[in-house]
Design a protein around this ligand. Structure first.
Ligand SMILES: Nc1nc2c(c(=O)[nH]1)N[C@H]1C(S)=C(S)[C@@H](COP(=O)(O)OP(=O)(O)OC[C@H]3O[C@@H](n4cnc5c(=O)[nH]c(N)nc54)[C@H](O)[C@@H]3O)O[C@H]1N2
Ligand SMILES: Nc1nc2c(c(=O)[nH]1)N[C@H]1C(S)=C(S)[C@@H](COP(=O)(O)OP(=O)(O)OC[C@H]3O[C@@H](n4cnc5c(=O)[nH]c(N)nc54)[C@H](O)[C@@H]3O)O[C@H]1N2
Ligand code: SF4
Ligand SMILES: [Mo]
Length: 885
């Protein structure tokens, strides 16, 4: 098969967020891929965000795990697979099926996920398989099942375009689902869609908000309860074929809207907008799900839609946007510990028996297995004795991550399948199995609107990497189940999954793609993106517009919700720490962190802090803060901004021990979960904050890997090299020696000192070319990072150690547009000097904002501030210039 010699574009799907954009990946002659958006894909119609656009930067052997390893030594596949199969079999024989567990991921392909679920539930006979979707979607799943009787997303993306009003609740759509945000923005421009954003933090998404409600953390149920009372009072719930309206209303009417922290005028406008627009879509995400009352918050939203019948018709409905590329596929195969397969119920003996017969399985678990947090607790307590982690990085992404690390380290036998060699989790494994990654893998994913698309390989596997489904099937064969795991191609797994969905459909499941059951490989390879369900009256469409639900009575179920605020909002907690995402990074950055383009936007772990808090704590902008909770601590760069309210600092989740000294925010979070879904409350941890007393700060850029060991460091990729932000409380005796060690160079640097200002600058050159430089200061280092980075491997000129760009070179400043590589300073100059008035002008003049559009909110905010304040912004906000002055 010579697929890889082709330079024709391969039609595939982006591996990042749940929007599920179609991508054309064209293999380049020298290796790597050229990436464009697929004009024909109905999720994106050719658009891509910056992460999708940069996919070509992240393929290739850089940092990849290339061969299987046992206890740190390279080994053969045969030996590794034998060991995994033997240890799992022995453990099951000795301690029973519930002594082993799989922890898998919403980033696996459906085929991978199907195999994992079949092996654990049907053949090992335990339900101890759970997934990182527990941290992500579990409250939505639970809320859907309570209200609809099934885990069904009722609507479609086009609903956001057909709505008259879109509510974004706990969703930073602009950064986390950028292409869907672009579709919404375009619809708003053409038809004046009203947009309401409900988030304690003023995010980039607020850029298009007609109404922004800075809700008190965790108070969403109180807001939607108020809405329910109001829609009822206005007669809008009359005739709704629902169960439980009276009880839900009574609970809602008992509520106290004051706990939302919102002024009465804003509450009134919110209600007016909702009531005046029948076509209303309520999009929600982690600000709702990741809460100790997440399921109730979901149901408070669903209550309003089902009570008014505003669901499953064009432009209306609740919409849980999924985070990961295959969060939905995972739900379809039953990858959660409390699900079976094809949306069947593990508690239902008829369902269990149907699946058992279909699989010809020796046994089936009779009860749900351990949910993620319980699973790692069981690992910690040595009740789980063999654990297999696949496609997720729990050592950094689970709450109370230090304890999770200890638990994994203490487990008898830990297998990790990953694409990368060095992650916070791979370093704890007994056996490491190299998986093929995006661009190499072959299978399907389901996006947030239930659309199934193909990921197709455009490159051969790196090193000895194998597909996840194959690795698991090979282990299953070695455990004695050769016949049930005998596939030779993912198309066969998909066909089997489709066939099972037919049985599920006959048992009443919404998920039925059984007309794909007979597909052969060529039909699978030719698959066009399609929506499920594929058959019946609902084919390719919406659910519940006919008011018929999957509950026993067929009616929608209202849930009584009594709002509860998170413990971190009690007066005794100093700060309520919020966490989430940034625009250009994906989770633990194992892939996006390798792209210099994506690393330019925000290159350090940071803490957004309100100016009042900064002042009362005595922390200045760009200094460092130590954040402490009952679980652990972190050291983060302080970003002073009124985007966050007093008492509600925000920190991004992306930094791990691989990229920062103390940037893992989940060292801070508590293992507090929603009682219904088991999803952790990751958005509100009681925390205290203090200045970190740095005696020196430094910035290093090098063409070679940097080896920091100071108390504070953060690493990022540069074009042709690496950079590090550094700080410490103990000043090294000799900066030349310290720099040589840090930069792994044994040559003598050029050194410039200014003892009066406490500044030392060291440059290492080879001939006239700059190899590396270290700038040290007693204050946070103020210099042009982009200038120094651009000087790497170039001839050194006289301005270098001054840290300023030469007269002929503009200092870009911090990157705003990652696609076109345009920095804040160039934007300011162009906007003011060329009199650019619109985003389109900026796009034409600089290319900024013209490609993926993810930075358009930032450029627009900059233009507004320039209008108000003039070009003096260079020294300060909007994005505090830690890096450039
Ligand atoms: N760039 C990028 N995009 C991604 C990802 C990524 O890593 N990077 N990850 C993907 C994944 S897996 C997911 S799950 C999604 C997540 O997508 P989102 O849920 O949109 O992202 P988050 O930043 O986690 O959180 C959203 C917002 O919830 C707000 N919030 C916190 N507490 C509350 C509250 O009590 N009420 C309300 N109303 N809001 C609150 C936060 O301030 C934050 O702005 O993103 C996906 N897309
Ligand atoms: N405080 C806080 N914590 C959070 C969140 C939050 O908002 N706040 N959000 C939570 C949410 S919603 C999520 S989804 C999680 C995400 O957390 P994780 O899933 O732990 O994060 P990732 O970095 O995406 O981990 C994916 C891993 O799989 C590897 N990988 C990539 N492709 C493949 C493949 O094809 N096969 C295999 N075997 N491995 C592969 C990557 O290298 C990486 O190590 O974080 C959760 N944690
Ligand atoms: S919006 Fe961006 S990250 Fe999400 S699927 Fe599309 S290109 Fe990928
Ligand atoms: Mo997620």
């Amino acid at each position: 098969m010579n697929m890889h010699a082709t330079t024709r574009p391969v039609r595939t799907t982006c591996p990042y967020c749940g929007v599920g954009c179609g991508v054309l990946a064209t293999p380049l002659p020298g290796g790597g891929l050229a990436i464009t958006g697929d004009l024909d894909h109905p999720a994106n119609f050719g658009r891509l965000c910056v992460k999708g656009t940069a996919l070509g930067d992240t393929v290739g052997p850089n940092g990849r795990l290339l061969v299987p390893r046992i206890d740190g030594r390279d080994t053969s596949w045969g030996e590794a697979l034998d060991l995994v199969a033997n240890r799992f079999s022995e453990t099951i024989d000795r301690h029973g099926p519930d002594s082993v567990a799989f922890y898998v991921s919403g980033q696996l392909l459906t085929e991978d996920y199907y195999v994992a679920n079949k092996l654990m539930k049907g053949f090992i006979g335990s339900a101890n398989i759970d997934t990182n979707s527990r941290l992500c979607m579990a409250s939505s799943v639970a809320g859907h099942r309570r209200a609809f009787g099934s885990d069904t997303v009722p609507g479609l993306y086009e609903d956001l375009e057909q709505a008259d009003c879109v509510m974004l609740v706990g969703s930073n759509l602009a950064w986390c689902h950028p292409v869907l945000f672009q579709r919404l923005t375009a619809a708003r421009e053409s038809r004046g869609t009203k947009v309401v954003v409900i988030d304690p933090r003023r995010t980039a998404t607020c850029d298009i908000a007609d109404l922004y409600l800075p809700i008190a953390p965790g108070a969403d149920a109180a807001l939607f309860n108020l809405l329910l009372s109001e829609v009822h009072r206005r007669g809008m719930t009359a005739g709704a074929p629902v169960e439980g309206l009276e009880d839900a209303l009574a609970a809602a009417q008992r509520g106290n809207p004051a706990i939302t922290g919102l002024p009465p005028d804003d509450l009134a406008r919110f209600i007016e907008i909702w009531c005046a627009n029948e076509r209303v879509v309520t999009v929600y995400s982690q600000g709702i799900n990741q809460s100790d009352s997440g399921t109730d918050k979901v149901n408070a939203i669903l209550n309003c839609h089902i009570a008014t019948g505003r669901i499953g018709r064009p432009g209306m409905g609740p919409f849980s946007v999924t985070g990961q590329p295959n969060a939905m596929g995972g739900r379809e195969v039953g990858g959660l510990a409390n699900m079976l397969a094809c949306h069947l119920d593990i508690d239902n003996p008829v369902h269990r028996e149907a699946v058992r017969q279909f699989w010809n399985a020796p046994r089936m678990p009779e009860a749900p297995g351990l949910k993620a947090l319980d699973m790692f607790r069981a690992v910690d307590e040595r009740r789980i004795k063999a654990l297999w982690i696949i496609g997720t990085n729990p050592a950094m992404s689970m709450p109370d991550a230090n304890r999770v690390c200890r638990a994994i380290a203490g487990c008898d036998f830990v297998v990790v399948s990953d694409i990368m060699a060095q992650t916070d989790t791979t370093r704890l494994a007994d056996v490491l199995l190299p998986a093929t990654g995006w661009g190499e893998k072959n299978g399907t994913v389901t996006n947030s609107e239930r659309r199934i698309s193909r990921q197709r390989p455009a490159l051969g596997p790196v090193g000895q990497a194998r597909d996840d489904w194959r690795i698991m099937a090979e282990v299953a064969q070695r455990m004695g189940w050769a016949d049930a795991f005998a596939w030779t191609h993912p198309s066969q797994i998909f066909a089997e999954h489709a066939a099972l969905s037919g049985i599920a459909g006959r048992l009443g499941s919404d998920f039925d793609i059984s007309d794909c059951a007979g597909w052969d490989r060529s039909q699978y390879d030719a698959m066009e993106p399609f929506l499920w369900p594929r058959a019946g009256a609902r084919q390719g469409g919406r659910f519940f517009g006919d008011n018929s639900y999957h509950t026993p009575s067929g009616r929608g179920r209202m849930v009584q919700v009594t709002p509860r605020l998170p413990p971190a909002t009690t007066p005794s907690a100093a700060f309520c720490l919020n966490t989430g995402r940034v625009r250009d990074q994906w989770h633990s950055m194992t892939r996006t962190g390798t792209s210099p383009r994506l690393s330019r936007h925000l290159a350090e772990p940071f803490l957004e802090l309100n100016p009042c808090d900064a002042e009362s704590l005595g922390v200045s902008p760009a200094s460092l803060a130590r954040v402490t909770t009952a679980r652990g601590e972190a050291i983060l760069r302080v970003l002073v901004t009124d985007r966050v309210a007093p008492g509600q600092p925000f920190a991004p989740i992306h930094w791990s021990d691989q990229t920062a000294s103390a940037g893992r925010v989940n060292a801070l979070t508590a293992p507090l979960v929603d009682p219904v879904s088991g999803q952790p409350a990751l958005k509100s941890t009681p925390a205290s904050i203090a200045p970190f007393a740095a005696r020196w700060y430094a910035y290093a850029a090098s063409s070679r890997p940097i080896r920091p060991d100071s108390e504070y460091w953060a690493l990022a990729a540069l074009p042709g090299g690496y950079q590090a932000e550094l700080a410490g409380s103990v000043v090294p005796a000799d900066w030349t020696v310290a720099a040589q060690r840090l930069l792994d160079l044994d040559i003598q640097p050029m050194v410039v000192r200014d003892d009066r200002r406490g500044v030392i600058r060291l440059a290492f050159t080879q001939g006239s070319q700059l190899l590396a430089a270290l700038f040290v200061s007693e204050e946070p280092v103020a210099l042009s990072r982009s200038h120094l980075a651009a000087a790497l491997s170039q001839d050194v000129d006289g301005t270098l150690l001054a840290g300023l760009p030469g007269p002929d070179r503009q200092d870009e400043g911090a990157t705003v547009c990652a696609c076109a590589g345009v920095g804040i300073n160039r934007l300011i100059t162009a906007i003011t000097e060329q009199g650019l008035l619109s985003l389109d002008d900026v796009g034409r003049a600089l290319g900024a904002g013209a490609n993926c559009g993810s930075c358009r909110p930032e450029i627009k905010a900059l233009m507004l501030r320039l209008k108000a304040l003039g070009p003096d912004l260079r020294a300060g906000p909007p994005r505090q210039e830690v890096r450039a002055r």
